[in-house]
Design a protein around this ligand. Sequence first.
Ligand SMILES: [Zn+2]
Length: 170
Amino acid sequence: MQAQEDFEGGEGEGVEGADERRMRAAIRAAREAAGRGEVPVGAVVVGGDGKVLAVAGNRTRADCDPTAHAEIVALREAARRAGNYRLTGAVVYSTIEPCAMCAGALVQARVRRLVYGAPDARAGAVRSIFRICDESSLNHRMELTAGVLEEECRALMQEFFRERRQRRDE
Ligand SMILES: [Zn+2]
């Protein structure tokens, strides 16, 4: 089903290889966000044709916007580029399990599949706290893949919050 989705990585890369490659792009966006003092979360949206529509990191501080999570920023850009508020064939990659707001936005966009790195035990709304992305009453269910490059995604967050605590203690 996903064989034709992505040839950029060369033949034989497979879905797992493509997932890791996209997640690495999301991790780079998360690192850039950290460099701006943002919580390091990154997201990538890939269209149904396998082309990258958007890459974004968190921008809540830069934009002074509580809704400017990486996933929302990336979905907005992807929808603009696609010229459609529905992203029915799209796959979204996020370094961290999306929160309730972002999971709701993924449902609104009718995203086909969500891939994320590390779970978020405090705010995750895909499996940890709520299960918004495969809630049958919402009339849209997406495929879910968790744990892609999980350690790297988690380490980014841990590093960021450790450094922030240290600065506060100094
Ligand atoms: Zn969010």
